[in-house]
Design a protein around this ligand. Sequence first.
Ligand SMILES: Nc1ncnc2c1ncn2[C@@H]1O[C@H](COP(=O)(O)OP(=O)(O)OP(=O)(O)O)[C@@H](O)[C@H]1O
Ligand SMILES: [Mg+2]
Length: 317
Amino acid sequence: MDKLSLISPHERDADDLTLSVLRLYILSRSPALYSTRRLYEAALGLEVDVRIINHMHCELSLTPKGVDILYWGESVLPVDAILPRIGTSVTEQGAAVIRHFAMAGVYSPFEAESLLATRNKFSALQILHSHGIPIPRTLMSYPMASVDRFWQELQGRKIVIKPLVGTQGEGVILINNLADLIRIGNLFQRFGRRYLLQEYIEEAHGQDIRAFVVGDEVVAAVRRTAAWGDFRSNFHRGSTLEPIELTDQEYVLAVRAAATLKIPIAGVDIIRSHRGPLILEVNASPGLEGIERATQIPIAEKIILYLQQKADTSIDF
Ligand SMILES: Nc1ncnc2c1ncn2[C@@H]1O[C@H](COP(=O)(O)OP(=O)(O)OP(=O)(O)O)[C@@H](O)[C@H]1O
Ligand SMILES: [Mg+2]
């Protein structure tokens, strides 16, 4: 590793700007997380001038002179690129930080608005649907006036009820009959939780596919199988992961879904149904742990290479 990659952005003098070393901040709340650590190490290995910044501690200023971003009292500008890793519990704050970096001319693989759109499951499905991307039949229904019609239309299929904001499968419930559906929907409403209803893709047998998209490629894909007795295949719910070859149709669909939501580094979840592959969701901060271990593909390095290619390191501030 050369000397430059060890120098923090604050220590560099003006001459260094002529060398096109990418200056990158990984936005993450914890350097100890597998994904953050892997991305950081990959960046170091690729001679990137990298630093981890906790977006929850960024102070954002708007003044007549312009915008600034302060971290523990010091400006963190200029920098070439950010790689946001924003948890679902702090989406709004994360989006504000991403927007501020954009206002300062810093490259980000996705915009604040794209993050916000993916974080609301229904708005993400609306956008996918409006671009002709196949998704499971879905109903947003308060106060459930037409759930019985939805139930009839599904002709005996079960229903999944899920909160609008994803939390690694928590609160995603499989419902077998109309009475339970109404009861659980009312319960969600009583606790002020917004939700959507979706046809249950039973023929998937608790399996779905995670396709990891970087730019216009699927760099890795796994089949996730839910733990015994569960239908949710989330990695953090103990599902098993195995490498899988996507069909051409699935490959194209994954890349299209990520592009449609304007998230070029994305975990795209696909479920195999009787009417072909359907998109379940597009994840803007996909975890690397399960998929890197299962496939042995160095996804972190591929992400950093993508950023090196996309970010303009020649901008002189
Ligand atoms: N319509 C469906 N049919 C069959 N299985 C489903 C359906 N919707 C969800 N699942 C299963 O439940 C899991 C969790 O659902 P989903 O991804 O929608 O919510 P989440 O994981 O809580 O959200 P996030 O991934 O944003 O944290 C999926 O990975 C899938 O295995
Ligand atoms: Mg999910």
